[in-house]
Ligand binder design. Structure first.
Ligand code: PRX
Length: 644
């Protein structure tokens, strides 16, 4: 029996929606999506109001997704200018630096000034509407300024997580054909410096095509400099005017590209557009977090991921909220940092990832209990399934049993939260993302595409579009259709497995493709494999995920060496470092098993199902191995498995 945590009377009363209202609004949203999204489209300030709401086709070969397409707006004006009338002196961003002594508050008036200056500086340096701007910054306010400045002039940002390697950065600059990069001298995380400018130099050396690099001085560390290309951020913005009227942008003009991993090939550029995305990000932020004016809201994600885009920057700022931006890590200077920051800034809503919760659980309850956390009202979880044990600890220890937890399921592709409890409406079941948000029609299908009714387990698809949905893979619409609309025609395929219980609650069981989720970071096993085989001593590699207590999933690599190479501990370390170099520290292999051979079919296809089972220590039932070219390799792999 699952524990159920009912909605408290207080929450049912204080929230925008209680259970009855949820059911009523949800019913309407799926019965009349046009009417529903017409009404809620008005939450955004339009320059030219839309007259059409939804124009969507999921038809094979003709997938096209448009929302509010004849409307025009400016996203930065929605996130800043429209609040100046009555909230100019309200704090828009609380910035908490890596060191606990380092913080600052930025009001909406200041945000406006900073964004206008930067937008003008970008224009002065040649950036035009439609240009792709790569942002490779630490978690400093300039990252938000840069995103909003792009939005102001209609440039398309591509934020690259500061933990990615020069090679990974290069691939993203190249794919987006980006000519303008914004970076910093160095990043600072947990007291350690990250050489962002040096990485940028290496990336540009590899791919070229970049005309200007704007460099924020964060640490003052030494950096290489290329005259004519490199420009100090502070010089450029201090010379720029504070007046920059927002461009009129079509609802369907791109707002940003964000690269994410798939089951095959290189990461793809997920493209989001302006109008529908903003409607969806701001609406979900309001309802899921029951955001009210005056709340202090903190999402601990990095702006390099979609969570940072939608729930640090665009959603909260469109709602005129105070959003906290944290530069550091959960365990620096100690494992009470999160809770100390909650007390310091009187945070009401706290949104983080299960991996952080599990790590902090390990540090013990005492560190949490030394802090007050009385300001907290609501907790959130995102990025991976939260195991009930971590959920219960989060609820009992962090929230002192009084804060509901919203376990929000969504993806880079969805732009915003899709399946989630609403704190005033949904009785909570630990580990379940529960029920769909307004307008979202989830369904479960079996491998043949048959829709499963009632209590069931299958692949999760979404039957109809919503305004925040991605529009295409940048530069490769065919890949977009192939990835998301070909497995089950006329629906959006999420790539996740899912169970629906007798109450209609959804339980995400994890990816059903070759994507793994390591500490909430999404990764394609194919990317790690191609990094491994790029090493001169490696002949072949197969990578799978395996259950990991802290990270959710760990990276398990089967590696076949070239003839004559010795499998040594030193080589294991070398391969680990190699992958870190090629992709970034988040892709560092947890386990490497030397594999004299890999289980392959007679046609040469690697049977990953078997490798997954061995990595999970579930080799007693490997299924049918009779189609293997050489069944003997399996015994060797079991014998020498690493995870036991
Ligand atoms: O497998 C699901 C998992 O994370 C994937 C999406 O990863 P990404 O695009 O990086 O976006 C993460 C932040 C939205 C999903 O396909 N996932 C995300 N949230 C949850 C989740 N799995 C279970 N429960 C969640 N709440």
């Amino acid at each position: 029996m699952t524990d159920v945590f009912p909605v408290s009377d207080e929450w049912a009363k204080r929230a925008y929606v209680d259970d009855a209202k949820y059911r009523e609004m949800y019913e309407r949203s799926v019965a009349d999506p046009e009417g529903f999204w017409k009404e809620h489209g008005k939450r955004v300030d339009w320059i030219k109001p839309f007259t059409t709401v939804k124009n969507v086709s999921y038809a094979p070969g003709n997938v096209s997704i448009k929302w509010y397409e004849d409307g025009t707006l400016n996203v930065s004006a929605n996130c800043i200018d429209r609040h100046l009338k009555d909230k100019a002196d309200k704090v828009a961003i609380i910035w908490e630096g890596d060191e606990p002594t380092d913080d600052k508050k930025i009001t909406y008036r200041e945000l406006h000034e900073q964004v206008c200056r930067l937008a003008n500086a970008m224009k002065a340096n040649g950036v035009k509407k439609g240009d792709r701007v790569t942002i490779y910054l630490p978690m400093i306010p300039e990252a938000a300024y840069a995103m909003l400045a792009c939005a102001r002039i209609g440039a398309v940002h591509s934020v690259v997580f500061g933990g990615f390697s020069p090679d990974a950065l290069a691939g993203r600059i190249e794919d987006a054909a980006s000519t303008f990069v914004i970076t910093a001298d160095e990043g600072l995380r947990g007291g350690r410096k990250i050489p962002l400018k040096a990485n940028t130099d290496k990336a540009i050396e590899k791919v070229g095509g970049v005309d200007k690099v704007l460099v924020v001085k964060r640490t003052g560390g030494n950096v290489g400099w290329k005259d004519g290309r490199d420009v100090w951020y502070h010089d450029a913005v201090s010379a720029a005017s504070t007046d920059c009227p927002p461009e009129e942008i079509s609802a369907e003009d791109p707002l940003f590209i964000l690269y994410t991993s798939g089951s095959t090939g290189k990461p793809k550029g997920v493209l989001h557009t302006s109008g529908g995305y903003l409607v969806y990000a701001s609406m979900t932020h309001q309802y899921v977090f029951d955001y009210k004016d005056g709340d202090i809201y903190w999402c601990t994600a990095d702006v390099g991921w979609v969570t940072g885009h939608s729930y640090i920057v665009y959603g909260p700022l469109a709602n005129g909220a105070t959003t906290l931006m944290f530069e550091g890590v959960p365990n620096y200077p100690d494992a009470a940092r999160f809770w100390k920051v909650c007390d310091k800034h009187q945070v009401n809503t706290f949104y983080t990832a299960p991996t952080a919760i599990r790590a902090l659980m390990g540090a013990g309850e005492d560190l949490v209990k030394q802090t007050s956390r009385k300001s907290l009202r609501l907790l959130g979880s995102v990025g991976e399934p939260i195991n009930p044990e971590a959920w219960l600890w989060y609820h009992r220890v962090v929230g002192d049993g009084r804060c509901p937890i919203v376990d929000t399921w969504w993806q880079t592709e969805t732009g915003g939260i899709m399946i989630t409890p609403l704190p005033g409406a949904t009785p909570l079941k630990p580990g379940s993302a529960s029920r769909p948000f307004f307008g979202i029609r989830p369904a479960l299908v079996d491998a043949d595409g048959k829709t499963l009714e009632g209590k069931a387990e299958g692949n999760l698809v979404i039957l109809d579009s919503w305004p925040g949905q991605m529009r295409t893979v940048y530069g490769d619409h065919e890949r977009f259709e192939q990835t998301y609309f070909s497995a089950y025609p006329n629906t959006y395929f999420t790539g996740d497995g899912c169970r629906r219980d007798e109450d209609g609650y959804y339980w995400i069981t994890g990816r059903v493709d070759d994507v793994i989720n390591v500490s909430g970071h999404r990764m394609g096993t194919a990317e790690v494999e191609s990094a491994l085989v790029a090493h001169p001593k490696v002949a072949e590699a197969a990578v799978v995920g395996y259950p990991h207590d802290l990270k959710g999933q760990g990276i398990y690599c089967y590696v076949t060496l070239n003839a004559g190479e010795e499998p040594t501990e030193a080589l294991r370390k070398e391969l680990r470092d190699w992958v870190r170099q090629e992709i970034g520290p988040i892709a560092s292999p947890d386990l490497i098993q030397w594999a004299p051979g890999l289980p392959k079919t007679r046609s040469g296809k690697i049977m990953r199902r078997i490798l997954r089972k061995i990595a999970e220590n579930e080799f007693s039932n490997l299924g049918d191995t009779s189609t293997l070219a050489d069944p003997g390799v399996v015994d060797d792999l079991i014998e020498n498995r690493q995870n036991r």
